[in-house]
Design a protein around this ligand. Sequence first.
Ligand code: SF4
Length: 373
Amino acid sequence: MHGPGTRCSDLALSLVDASVVATAERLGQDTITTLDRRHSPWCARSTSTRSCSSPDRAAHRGRTLRAVETSLPVADRPRRPEWMKVRAPSPDGRYFDVKKLIHGASLNTVCEEARCPNIAECWGKGTATFQILGDTCTRACRYCYVNSGKPEGAPDPLEPLRLAQAAAQMGLKHVVVTSVDRDDVEDRGAGQFAAVTRALKAKLPGCSVELLTPDFLGDEERALATVLEARPEVFSHNIETVRRLHRRMRGAKASYDGALWLLRRAKEVADYPVLTKTGLIAGLGETNDEMVETMRELRAVGVDVVTIGQYLQPSSRHVEIDRWVHPDEFRWLREQGEALGFGSVFAGPLVRSSYRADEQKHAADTGLGVVAY
Ligand code: SF4
Protein backbone atom coordinates (compact mmCIF):
# COMPACT_ATOMS: atom_id res chain seq x y z
CA MET A 1 0.00 0.00 0.00
CA HIS A 2 2.73 2.33 0.83
CA GLY A 3 4.53 2.61 -2.45
CA PRO A 4 7.29 1.22 -4.57
CA GLY A 5 8.63 -2.09 -3.33
CA THR A 6 12.25 -2.69 -2.50
CA ARG A 7 14.76 -5.46 -2.00
CA CYS A 8 16.62 -6.10 1.22
CA SER A 9 19.88 -6.23 -0.60
CA ASP A 10 19.48 -2.52 -1.31
CA LEU A 11 20.92 -1.75 2.03
CA ALA A 12 24.02 -3.74 1.34
CA LEU A 13 24.77 -1.43 -1.50
CA SER A 14 27.15 1.00 -0.02
CA LEU A 15 26.99 3.53 -2.66
CA VAL A 16 26.19 7.05 -3.55
CA ASP A 17 22.99 8.98 -3.18
CA ALA A 18 20.47 9.05 -5.97
CA SER A 19 22.61 10.94 -8.27
CA VAL A 20 21.56 13.38 -10.75
CA VAL A 21 24.72 15.38 -11.02
CA ALA A 22 25.79 13.68 -14.19
CA THR A 23 22.34 14.12 -15.62
CA ALA A 24 22.30 17.79 -14.85
CA GLU A 25 25.61 18.18 -16.59
CA ARG A 26 24.16 16.58 -19.65
CA LEU A 27 21.22 18.96 -19.89
CA GLY A 28 21.42 21.14 -22.92
CA GLN A 29 22.54 18.56 -25.43
CA ASP A 30 20.88 18.84 -28.80
CA THR A 31 20.25 15.20 -29.48
CA ILE A 32 17.24 13.73 -27.79
CA THR A 33 17.54 9.97 -27.85
CA THR A 34 14.57 7.85 -27.04
CA LEU A 35 14.68 4.13 -26.54
CA ASP A 36 11.01 3.49 -26.67
CA ARG A 37 8.29 5.68 -28.03
CA ARG A 38 5.91 4.54 -25.33
CA HIS A 39 8.26 5.85 -22.70
CA SER A 40 9.16 9.16 -24.21
CA PRO A 41 7.58 11.91 -22.19
CA TRP A 42 7.52 14.53 -24.84
CA CYS A 43 8.52 13.22 -28.24
CA ALA A 44 5.29 11.78 -29.58
CA ARG A 45 6.84 11.02 -32.91
CA SER A 46 10.05 9.50 -31.68
CA THR A 47 10.69 5.88 -32.48
CA SER A 48 12.93 3.29 -31.05
CA THR A 49 16.54 4.38 -30.78
CA ARG A 50 16.05 7.34 -33.08
CA SER A 51 16.42 11.01 -32.31
CA CYS A 52 13.73 13.63 -32.51
CA SER A 53 13.78 15.80 -35.58
CA SER A 54 14.56 19.49 -35.36
CA PRO A 55 10.94 20.64 -35.65
CA ASP A 56 10.07 18.29 -32.80
CA ARG A 57 12.84 19.72 -30.66
CA ALA A 58 11.78 23.25 -31.42
CA ALA A 59 8.21 22.44 -30.42
CA HIS A 60 9.33 20.82 -27.21
CA ARG A 61 11.55 23.70 -26.22
CA GLY A 62 8.47 25.85 -26.06
CA ARG A 63 6.65 23.39 -23.82
CA THR A 64 9.09 22.44 -21.14
CA LEU A 65 12.66 22.17 -20.01
CA ARG A 66 14.56 19.91 -22.31
CA ALA A 67 15.05 16.34 -21.25
CA VAL A 68 17.93 14.44 -22.69
CA GLU A 69 17.29 10.90 -21.51
CA THR A 70 14.18 8.82 -21.20
CA SER A 71 13.20 5.49 -19.72
CA LEU A 72 15.25 2.35 -20.10
CA PRO A 73 13.31 -0.87 -20.45
CA VAL A 74 14.61 -3.20 -17.77
CA ALA A 75 15.29 -5.82 -20.43
CA ASP A 76 17.90 -3.44 -21.84
CA ARG A 77 19.39 -2.64 -18.45
CA PRO A 78 18.78 -5.39 -15.93
CA ARG A 79 21.21 -3.93 -13.41
CA ARG A 80 20.15 -1.10 -11.21
CA PRO A 81 21.15 2.27 -12.72
CA GLU A 82 23.48 4.51 -10.77
CA TRP A 83 20.70 6.88 -9.76
CA MET A 84 18.98 4.08 -7.79
CA LYS A 85 21.87 3.32 -5.50
CA VAL A 86 21.69 4.18 -1.82
CA ARG A 87 23.92 4.42 1.22
CA ALA A 88 24.28 1.78 3.88
CA PRO A 89 23.39 2.81 7.45
CA SER A 90 26.12 4.87 9.07
CA PRO A 91 27.14 4.48 12.72
CA ASP A 92 27.48 8.29 12.85
CA GLY A 93 23.78 8.97 12.32
CA ARG A 94 20.75 8.10 14.43
CA TYR A 95 19.88 4.93 12.55
CA PHE A 96 20.67 2.49 15.32
CA ASP A 97 19.03 4.66 18.00
CA VAL A 98 15.81 4.79 15.99
CA LYS A 99 15.90 1.05 15.42
CA LYS A 100 16.37 0.33 19.10
CA LEU A 101 13.61 2.71 20.12
CA ILE A 102 11.07 1.36 17.62
CA HIS A 103 11.79 -2.26 18.32
CA GLY A 104 11.84 -1.63 22.05
CA ALA A 105 8.36 -0.11 21.85
CA SER A 106 7.04 -3.05 19.79
CA LEU A 107 6.07 -0.73 16.96
CA ASN A 108 6.10 -1.44 13.25
CA THR A 109 7.34 0.88 10.54
CA VAL A 110 6.66 0.72 6.84
CA CYS A 111 10.33 1.59 6.43
CA GLU A 112 11.19 -1.95 7.51
CA GLU A 113 8.05 -3.81 6.47
CA ALA A 114 8.27 -2.55 2.88
CA ARG A 115 12.08 -2.64 2.88
CA CYS A 116 12.30 0.95 1.82
CA PRO A 117 15.59 1.89 0.15
CA ASN A 118 15.67 5.20 2.03
CA ILE A 119 15.83 3.69 5.49
CA ALA A 120 19.47 4.54 6.08
CA GLU A 121 18.86 8.17 5.16
CA CYS A 122 15.56 8.63 7.00
CA TRP A 123 16.44 6.74 10.17
CA GLY A 124 19.89 8.27 10.07
CA LYS A 125 18.18 11.66 10.34
CA GLY A 126 15.96 10.42 13.16
CA THR A 127 12.69 10.05 11.21
CA ALA A 128 10.52 7.04 10.41
CA THR A 129 7.00 6.24 9.25
CA PHE A 130 4.94 4.25 11.71
CA GLN A 131 2.77 1.38 10.51
CA ILE A 132 -0.14 0.72 12.82
CA LEU A 133 -2.67 -2.13 13.05
CA GLY A 134 -0.09 -4.91 12.85
CA ASP A 135 2.22 -6.33 10.26
CA THR A 136 -0.22 -8.39 8.20
CA CYS A 137 -2.27 -6.89 5.40
CA THR A 138 -5.60 -8.25 4.14
CA ARG A 139 -4.72 -7.27 0.56
CA ALA A 140 -1.97 -8.54 -1.70
CA CYS A 141 -0.94 -5.80 -4.14
CA ARG A 142 1.46 -7.14 -6.73
CA TYR A 143 4.21 -4.62 -6.01
CA CYS A 144 4.11 -4.50 -2.21
CA TYR A 145 6.43 -6.40 0.13
CA VAL A 146 4.31 -5.98 3.26
CA ASN A 147 3.22 -9.38 4.59
CA SER A 148 -0.21 -10.38 3.44
CA GLY A 149 -2.59 -12.83 5.09
CA LYS A 150 -5.06 -13.04 7.95
CA PRO A 151 -4.19 -10.61 10.73
CA GLU A 152 -4.27 -11.90 14.27
CA GLY A 153 -6.27 -10.08 16.87
CA ALA A 154 -8.02 -6.77 17.26
CA PRO A 155 -6.20 -3.43 17.12
CA ASP A 156 -3.90 -2.94 20.11
CA PRO A 157 -5.46 -0.28 22.40
CA LEU A 158 -2.04 0.68 23.77
CA GLU A 159 -0.42 1.17 20.38
CA PRO A 160 -1.41 4.88 20.13
CA LEU A 161 0.26 5.65 23.46
CA ARG A 162 3.46 3.75 22.63
CA LEU A 163 3.62 5.43 19.26
CA ALA A 164 3.17 8.92 20.70
CA GLN A 165 5.81 8.21 23.32
CA ALA A 166 8.28 7.04 20.66
CA ALA A 167 7.56 10.07 18.46
CA ALA A 168 8.22 12.32 21.46
CA GLN A 169 11.49 10.57 22.23
CA MET A 170 12.53 10.95 18.59
CA GLY A 171 11.68 14.65 18.76
CA LEU A 172 9.49 14.53 15.66
CA LYS A 173 7.71 17.67 14.55
CA HIS A 174 5.85 16.00 11.69
CA VAL A 175 4.68 12.43 12.25
CA VAL A 176 3.63 10.15 9.40
CA VAL A 177 1.42 7.18 10.24
CA THR A 178 0.21 4.51 7.86
CA SER A 179 -1.23 1.02 8.27
CA VAL A 180 -1.82 -2.30 6.66
CA ASP A 181 -5.28 -2.80 5.17
CA ARG A 182 -7.62 -4.27 7.77
CA ASP A 183 -10.70 -5.42 5.88
CA ASP A 184 -11.29 -7.82 8.77
CA VAL A 185 -11.97 -5.05 11.30
CA GLU A 186 -15.43 -3.51 11.47
CA ASP A 187 -14.27 0.10 11.19
CA ARG A 188 -11.40 -0.85 8.83
CA GLY A 189 -8.96 0.61 11.36
CA ALA A 190 -10.30 4.17 11.25
CA GLY A 191 -10.69 4.31 15.04
CA GLN A 192 -7.02 3.41 15.53
CA PHE A 193 -5.91 6.15 13.12
CA ALA A 194 -8.02 8.63 15.09
CA ALA A 195 -6.70 7.39 18.44
CA VAL A 196 -3.10 7.69 17.25
CA THR A 197 -3.73 11.22 16.01
CA ARG A 198 -5.25 12.25 19.34
CA ALA A 199 -2.41 10.64 21.29
CA LEU A 200 0.19 12.44 19.18
CA LYS A 201 -1.50 15.80 19.58
CA ALA A 202 -1.76 15.30 23.32
CA LYS A 203 1.87 14.23 23.71
CA LEU A 204 3.37 16.60 21.11
CA PRO A 205 1.08 19.64 20.92
CA GLY A 206 3.20 21.39 18.30
CA CYS A 207 3.53 18.50 15.89
CA SER A 208 1.66 17.99 12.64
CA VAL A 209 0.20 14.60 11.80
CA GLU A 210 0.05 12.97 8.39
CA LEU A 211 -2.17 9.90 7.97
CA LEU A 212 -1.64 7.64 4.98
CA THR A 213 -4.73 5.47 5.07
CA PRO A 214 -6.14 2.45 3.28
CA ASP A 215 -9.36 2.78 1.29
CA PHE A 216 -11.63 1.76 4.21
CA LEU A 217 -13.53 -0.51 1.82
CA GLY A 218 -17.24 -0.65 2.54
CA ASP A 219 -17.13 1.86 5.40
CA GLU A 220 -15.60 4.84 3.67
CA GLU A 221 -17.94 7.63 4.75
CA ARG A 222 -17.97 6.70 8.42
CA ALA A 223 -14.23 6.05 8.44
CA LEU A 224 -13.46 9.44 6.94
CA ALA A 225 -15.61 11.15 9.55
CA THR A 226 -13.84 9.25 12.34
CA VAL A 227 -10.35 9.97 11.06
CA LEU A 228 -10.91 13.62 10.19
CA GLU A 229 -12.59 14.38 13.49
CA ALA A 230 -9.12 13.92 15.02
CA ARG A 231 -7.87 16.70 12.70
CA PRO A 232 -4.72 15.35 11.07
CA GLU A 233 -3.00 18.10 9.12
CA VAL A 234 -2.46 15.84 6.10
CA PHE A 235 -4.82 13.16 4.82
CA SER A 236 -3.09 10.86 2.36
CA HIS A 237 -4.28 7.92 0.32
CA ASN A 238 -2.13 6.44 -2.43
CA ILE A 239 -3.69 5.91 -5.82
CA GLU A 240 -0.51 3.94 -6.63
CA THR A 241 -0.87 3.53 -10.40
CA VAL A 242 -2.72 4.68 -13.49
CA ARG A 243 -6.30 3.73 -14.30
CA ARG A 244 -5.39 1.04 -16.90
CA LEU A 245 -3.18 -0.89 -14.47
CA HIS A 246 -4.98 -0.29 -11.21
CA ARG A 247 -7.04 -3.47 -11.02
CA ARG A 248 -4.19 -5.64 -12.28
CA MET A 249 -1.78 -4.30 -9.68
CA ARG A 250 -4.09 -3.83 -6.71
CA GLY A 251 -6.69 -6.57 -7.18
CA ALA A 252 -10.47 -6.49 -7.48
CA LYS A 253 -11.14 -5.00 -4.04
CA ALA A 254 -9.33 -1.76 -4.79
CA SER A 255 -10.72 0.86 -7.11
CA TYR A 256 -9.09 3.74 -8.99
CA ASP A 257 -12.29 5.76 -8.88
CA GLY A 258 -12.71 4.81 -5.23
CA ALA A 259 -9.31 6.33 -4.46
CA LEU A 260 -10.26 9.53 -6.26
CA TRP A 261 -13.55 9.60 -4.37
CA LEU A 262 -11.85 9.16 -1.01
CA LEU A 263 -9.44 12.03 -1.68
CA ARG A 264 -12.23 14.33 -2.84
CA ARG A 265 -14.54 13.41 0.00
CA ALA A 266 -11.83 13.98 2.63
CA LYS A 267 -11.78 17.66 1.75
CA GLU A 268 -15.57 17.84 1.94
CA VAL A 269 -15.82 16.03 5.25
CA ALA A 270 -13.07 17.96 7.03
CA ASP A 271 -14.27 21.12 8.73
CA TYR A 272 -10.78 22.60 8.52
CA PRO A 273 -8.34 23.06 5.60
CA VAL A 274 -6.85 19.56 5.47
CA LEU A 275 -4.06 18.98 2.99
CA THR A 276 -4.65 15.96 0.74
CA LYS A 277 -1.86 13.89 -0.70
CA THR A 278 -1.32 10.82 -2.85
CA GLY A 279 1.47 8.72 -4.33
CA LEU A 280 2.16 7.19 -7.72
CA ILE A 281 4.56 4.39 -8.62
CA ALA A 282 6.51 4.62 -11.86
CA GLY A 283 7.83 1.55 -13.64
CA LEU A 284 4.82 -0.78 -13.46
CA GLY A 285 4.05 -0.59 -17.17
CA GLU A 286 2.39 2.80 -17.37
CA THR A 287 3.26 5.49 -19.89
CA ASN A 288 4.21 9.03 -18.99
CA ASP A 289 1.08 10.31 -20.68
CA GLU A 290 -0.99 8.08 -18.41
CA MET A 291 0.87 9.46 -15.39
CA VAL A 292 0.00 12.99 -16.45
CA GLU A 293 -3.62 11.98 -17.03
CA THR A 294 -3.75 10.52 -13.52
CA MET A 295 -2.29 13.73 -12.11
CA ARG A 296 -4.98 15.66 -13.99
CA GLU A 297 -7.68 13.53 -12.39
CA LEU A 298 -6.10 13.97 -8.98
CA ARG A 299 -6.05 17.73 -9.36
CA ALA A 300 -9.70 17.63 -10.41
CA VAL A 301 -10.56 16.21 -6.98
CA GLY A 302 -8.44 18.86 -5.24
CA VAL A 303 -5.37 16.84 -4.25
CA ASP A 304 -2.61 19.15 -2.99
CA VAL A 305 0.51 16.98 -2.92
CA VAL A 306 1.65 14.13 -5.15
CA THR A 307 4.72 11.92 -4.90
CA ILE A 308 6.17 9.85 -7.74
CA GLY A 309 8.94 7.28 -7.34
CA GLN A 310 10.53 4.35 -9.11
CA TYR A 311 9.19 0.84 -8.47
CA LEU A 312 11.67 -1.75 -7.22
CA GLN A 313 10.69 -5.40 -7.42
CA PRO A 314 10.85 -6.63 -3.81
CA SER A 315 11.04 -10.34 -4.64
CA SER A 316 10.69 -12.73 -7.55
CA ARG A 317 7.05 -13.26 -6.49
CA HIS A 318 6.23 -9.65 -7.22
CA VAL A 319 5.55 -7.97 -10.53
CA GLU A 320 8.65 -7.25 -12.58
CA ILE A 321 9.93 -3.74 -13.17
CA ASP A 322 8.90 -2.47 -16.57
CA ARG A 323 11.38 0.38 -16.94
CA TRP A 324 13.93 2.49 -15.17
CA VAL A 325 12.48 5.97 -15.27
CA HIS A 326 15.25 8.45 -15.91
CA PRO A 327 15.75 11.37 -13.49
CA ASP A 328 15.10 13.74 -16.37
CA GLU A 329 11.66 12.21 -16.77
CA PHE A 330 10.93 12.58 -13.08
CA ARG A 331 11.79 16.23 -13.46
CA TRP A 332 9.50 16.47 -16.48
CA LEU A 333 6.69 14.82 -14.52
CA ARG A 334 7.21 17.28 -11.69
CA GLU A 335 6.91 20.16 -14.15
CA GLN A 336 3.71 18.71 -15.58
CA GLY A 337 2.27 18.36 -12.10
CA GLU A 338 3.25 21.87 -11.11
CA ALA A 339 1.63 23.18 -14.28
CA LEU A 340 -1.56 21.38 -13.25
CA GLY A 341 -1.54 23.32 -9.98
CA PHE A 342 -0.38 20.92 -7.26
CA GLY A 343 1.03 22.61 -4.18
CA SER A 344 3.92 20.16 -4.25
CA VAL A 345 5.03 17.48 -6.68
CA PHE A 346 7.82 15.39 -5.27
CA ALA A 347 9.16 13.18 -8.06
CA GLY A 348 12.42 11.28 -8.19
CA PRO A 349 13.85 7.79 -8.39
CA LEU A 350 13.89 7.17 -4.63
CA VAL A 351 10.85 9.21 -3.68
CA ARG A 352 8.31 7.35 -1.57
CA SER A 353 5.03 8.69 -0.20
CA SER A 354 6.53 9.47 3.18
CA TYR A 355 10.00 10.49 1.98
CA ARG A 356 10.91 13.88 3.46
CA ALA A 357 7.21 14.32 4.22
CA ASP A 358 7.80 17.39 6.39
CA GLU A 359 9.38 19.18 3.43
CA GLN A 360 6.54 18.20 1.13
CA LYS A 361 4.01 19.62 3.56
CA HIS A 362 6.02 22.80 3.98
CA ALA A 363 6.25 23.18 0.20
CA ALA A 364 2.51 22.81 -0.20
CA ASP A 365 1.78 25.17 2.71
CA THR A 366 4.06 27.90 1.49
CA GLY A 367 3.92 27.48 -2.26
CA LEU A 368 7.67 27.05 -2.28
CA GLY A 369 8.65 24.12 -4.45
CA VAL A 370 10.71 21.24 -3.17
CA VAL A 371 12.85 19.02 -5.35
CA ALA A 372 13.68 15.42 -4.73
CA TYR A 373 17.42 15.77 -5.20
S1 SF4 B 1 10.90 7.10 2.71
FE1 SF4 B 1 9.28 6.76 4.24
S2 SF4 B 1 9.15 4.53 4.41
FE2 SF4 B 1 11.09 4.98 3.40
S3 SF4 B 1 12.57 5.03 5.09
FE3 SF4 B 1 11.88 7.13 4.74
S4 SF4 B 1 10.19 7.42 6.20
FE4 SF4 B 1 10.54 5.21 6.02
